[in-house]
Design a protein around this ligand. Structure first.
Ligand code: ADP
Ligand code: MG
Length: 666
C-alpha cells in the first residue's frame, strides 16, 4: 500500500490521532463493537434494543419544533406486526409508502420504536459486527471504518508475528496478521474474543519482557553476602520510641535475609502513606553499616533529603553512625567535605537527590541503595548508583501499594514486601469535596483553625498562569489570598522554581511554626512531615490522579489532631465527581490505587518510567491477571532460554523497543 492510497482528507483525520505513517495505523484499536442482527420479534421486551426490517405503510410525517429540532413518524410493518416509528432530528428522511426500511433503535413497548438509525439497505446486508473507534471532533464513525478497512485489507498480510511460535501454538493464539484482521474486520463476536485473547497476551508479554530486560540490565549475578549481628539489630529496634508493626517486622526480616544472601537484593517495599517505610529502610541501612558497608538513600526532593537526614540522625543518635545529606544546594566546601567522607569511608549513610549519582562521587564500599518513592527515578539513575559498588543491594520504596499478587505480576523481577496496616492510633484524614473552585465557603473555618495554631497547605496544579491550561496557579492564588487574609495570616509560596535555599528556608519556617499557611505545588507531595499541618486545600482537584491526591493528603494530620482535606473542583461532570468521591469515602491507599489502576492503567500510576509502557490498550490488569501472570512466566522462560533462535529474535526485537523507550527517560 502506498501513502497516496489514502486521500488527503483521510490523512488529515489520521493526523488528529498523531498518525503520519501507515505502519502507525496498526496502533489504532477499536474500543468496542456494534452488533447488527435481527431481533427476535416474538420476545421483544420494552426498553430494550431492537433491529427490524419492514415496509413503510403510512405517509412519512415530519413535525418541526423549537429551533432545528424535529420528529419524523411513520408506520412500519413486518411479517408479524406493525410498529409506530419515531426518529428525532432526521428531517431529511423521506420515503414513499411501500418502501423497505431497516430500523435500529429502542423498543418502547406497545408497538412503539424510537429509531437511532434508519437505513434503506436490507437487514441482510447490514447484519454483522462493526468496530467502534474513538472519535475526534468532526470525524464520523464511518470515516474511521473506511480508513481502517482500507489499511487492514491492504497491509495486514505483511505484518510479521511477534510472539515466538512455540508459545503461539501452546496457547493456540492467532497469527498477528489474523488477529489484526479480526480486530478490525470481525465476522462475529467469536472473532473478537479470539483476537482479544491473542493481542492481550502479546501486549502483556511485551510488557513483561521490557521489565525483565530493564531489571536484568541493572545487573543480576552474585555478591558477597553481608554479615551482621542480628541481635545487635534487634537491640536497635527495641530502643526505637515505638514498637514495629507486624508488617514492618516481616519486611525487616525479609530484607535482612536478602542482604545476608549471595543474591543481590532487588526488593520493592510498598505501603500506604504514613505506614512507616522510612524506619524499615533505616534498619536496612543500619545492617549494611554494621556489615562494614556504606548505605545510600535517594529522595526525590531536597526538602525530603533534609527531613530524612534529621530523622536518621535521631534514630542513630547513640550509635557512632555518621549520616550526611547531599544536595545540589550545598556550598563547594561542604560538598568537598562530603565527597572525601564518602571515598574514605568516614560517612556511613548518605541521603541525597539526583546529586548522588553524579560521576565525581566515589564510595569506599557501597553496599545498599534505597530509592524512596521509586517512580520518581529513572532506571538509568538507579543503575548509575548501583554501579558505584560491587555488592550493592537495592531496596525501592513505593507509596502506591497494590495487592501482592498483582504487584508480583507487574514488577517482573522484584521481590515485594508489603506494609498493609498502619501503626495504631493513627487518625484518618477527613476529606470534603467542595463543588466549586473557590475557597470562599470554607475561608472562615480555615481562619478559625489557624487561630487555634493549626497550619495549612494550599495546593495548586501550576506555578504560574499559563494560557493553554487554565489551571489555578500558586502565584495568583497567593496574591489573592494575601489581599484577603494577608494581614492576619503569615504566609509564603513554595514551588520547584525557587532556589534551594529559599525552599529550605520556607519549609523550615513552616516546620517551626513561623508560617501559618503555604501556597504550594506538588513539591510537598512526597514524604514531608510537619506535625501541626492539619488543613489542606487542593485547587482543581480533578486534575490530579487519585493516588497523587491520597499522597498529598497524607501530608496532614500527622500529629495528634484530626486532619481535614478540602478538594476544590469546579468540574461538574458526574465522572469527575464520582472519582473525587472515592477519596471522600476511602482512606485506604490500596483501594485508591486499585481504583486509579482501573481508571488510568499502570503506565500512569506506577510511573511511565517504571513500567516503560503506556496504558495497555486491550489488557485489563485486573480482569486479565491470569494472562498477565502467564506472560510473566513466559518472559522469564524466554530470557533464560535465549540460545534458541526463535527466542533470540524476539529478545533482539524487544531490546530495540526497550532502548527506544529508555531514551529520554532520565
Ligand atoms: P511513609 O511510609 O509514608 O514513608 P514514614 O516512614 O514517614 O511513612 O512514617 C510516618 C510516621 O510514622 C513517622 O513519624 C514515623 O516515625 C512513624 N512510625 C513509623 N513506624 C511506626 C510504628 N510502628 N508505630 C508508631 N509510629 C510509627
Ligand atoms: Mg516516606
Amino acid at each position: 500500500m502506498k501513502k497516496s492510497d489514502l486521500t488527503q482528507r483521510q490523512w488529515e483525520i489520521l493526523a488528529m490521532y498523531d498518525i503520519s505513517q501507515l505502519s502507525e495505523c496498526l496502533r489504532l484499536y477499536p474500543f468496542r463493537y456494534e452488533v447488527i442482527q435481527k431481533s427476535d420479534e416474538i420476545a421483544l421486551l420494552p426498553n430494550t434494543n431492537v433491529t427490524l426490517e419492514g415496509i413503510i405503510t403510512s405517509a412519512v410525517s415530519t413535525v418541526r419544533y423549537q429551533r432545528n429540532r424535529s420528529v419524523t413518524r411513520f408506520t412500519m410493518c413486518t411479517e408479524h406486526d406493525c410498529y409506530t416509528i419515531s426518529a428525532f432530528n432526521r428531517p431529511w428522511f423521506k420515503a414513499s409508502p411501500e418502501g423497505r426500511v431497516t430500523v435500529i433503535g429502542r423498543y418502547e413497548g406497545k408497538g412503539k420504536i424510537t429509531a437511532a438509525n434508519l437505513y434503506f439497505k436490507s437487514l441482510a446486508e447490514l447484519t454483522g459486527v462493526y468496530p467502534v473507534y474513538p472519535l475526534k471532533e468532526g470525524v464520523k464513525q464511518t470515516d474511521m471504518r473506511k480508513i481502517m478497512q482500507k489499511i487492514i485489507i491492504n497491509t495486514v498480510d505483511s505484518v510479521p508475528d511477534e510472539v515466538p511460535e512455540s508459545l503461539r501454538n501452546k496457547y493456540r493464539l492467532l497469527h498477528r496478521k489474523e488477529a489484526l484482521r479480526k480486530l478490525h474486520l470481525p465476522k462475529s463476536l467469536t472473532d473478537v474474543s479470539e483476537t482479544a485473547r491473542t493481542l492481550k497476551y502479546e501486549e502483556f508479554l511485551r510488557f513483561q519482557m521490557s521489565l525483565l530486560l530493564k531489571n536484568r540490565s541493572l545487573g543480576v549475578g552474585s555478591k558477597i553476602y553481608k554479615e551482621f549481628n542480628r541481635t545487635e539489630i534487634e537491640n536497635f529496634i527495641h530502643k526505637l520510641p515505638f514498637p514495629l508493626t507486624a508488617d514492618q517486622q516481616i519486611a525487616v526480616s525479609e530484607i535482612l535475609d536478602d542482604m545476608s544472601s549471595t543474591k543481590p537484593m532487588m526488593r520493592l517495599l510498598q505501603g500506604d502513606v504514613g505506614s512507616g517505610k522510612t524506619i524499615v529502610g533505616a534498619i536496612a541501612m543500619f545492617a549494611a553499616v554494621k556489615a562494614g558497608y556504606q548505605a545510600a538513600m535517594m529522595a526525590p526532593t531536597e526538602i525530603l533529603v533534609s527531613q530524612h537526614v534529621l530523622s536518621l540522625r535521631k534514630f542513630f543518635l547513640d550509635s557512632d553512625t555518621r549520616v550526611e545529606g547531599l544536595t545540589s544546594s550545598l556550598s563547594q566546601i561542604e560538598k568537598t567535605r562530603i565527597l572525601s567522607g564518602l571515598s574514605d569511608g568516614s560517612i556511613d549513610m548518605i541521603i541525597g537527590t539526583h546529586a548522588l549519582f553524579q560521576s565525581g562521587i566515589e564510595f569506599k564500599q557501597l553496599g545498599l541503595v534505597i530509592t524512596d518513592e521509586q517512580h520518581r527515578f529513572g532506571v538509568n539513575q538507579r543503575r548509575a548508583l548501583i554501579e558505584k559498588g560491587a555488592d550493592v543491594d537495592v531496596l525501592t520504596m513505593s507509596a502506591t501499594p497494590i495487592p501482592r499478587t498483582l504487584a508480583a505480576a507487574l514488577f517482573a523481577d522484584m521481590d515485594v514486601s508489603t506494609i498493609a496496616t498502619m501503626p495504631s492510633g493513627r487518625m484518618k484524614v477527613q476529606t470534603i469535596l467542595i463543588e466549586e473552585n473557590s475557597i470562599k465557603s470554607i475561608l472562615d473555618d480555615v481562619l478559625k483553625e489557624i487561630a487555634e495554631g493549626n497550619q495549612v497547605y494550599v495546593v495548586c496544579p501550576a506555578i504560574e498562569e499559563s494560557d493553554a491550561l487554565q489551571m489555578r496557579n500558586v502565584t495568583d492564588i497567593y496574591r489573592s489570598l494575601e489581599k484577603v487574609i494577608g494581614k492576619k495570616v503569615r504566609m509564603a509560596m513554595l514551588h520547584g522554581q525557587l532556589r534551594s535555599e529559599q525552599k529550605e528556608k520556607i519549609m523550615n519556617d513552616f516546620h517551626q511554626g513561623h508560617l501559618d499557611l503555604i501556597v504550594t505545588t506538588t513539591v510537598i507531595e512526597v514524604g514531608v512531615h510537619v506535625e501541626n499541618a492539619n488543613i489542606m486545600i487542593i485547587y482543581d482537584a480533578y486534575r490530579f490522579g487519585l493516588s497523587q491526591l491520597h499522597q498529598l493528603r497524607g501530608r496532614i494530620g500527622r500529629g495528634s489532631k484530626q486532619g481535614i482535606c478540602y478538594l476544590l473542583s469546579g468540574q461538574t461532570d458526574e465522572e469527575s465527581k464520582q472519582r473525587l468521591l472515592t477519596l471522600v469515602l476511602s482512606n485506604d491507599g490500596f483501594d485508591i490505587a486499585m481504583k486509579d489502576l482501573s481508571l488510568r492503567g499502570p503506565g500512569d500510576l506506577l510511573g511511565k518510567r517504571q513500567s516503560g509502557l503506556p496504558h495497555f490498550i486491550l489488557g485489563d490488569i485486573l480482569a486479565d491477571q491470569n494472562i498477565l501472570l502467564t506472560a510473566k512466566e513466559d518472559a522469564k522462560f524466554i530470557l533464560d532460554n535465549q540460545q534458541y533462535t526463535e527466542y533470540q529474535e524476539f529478545v533482539k526485537k524487544m531490546m530495540v523497543i526497550n532502548n527506544d523507550l529508555n531514551q529520554g527517560v532520565d
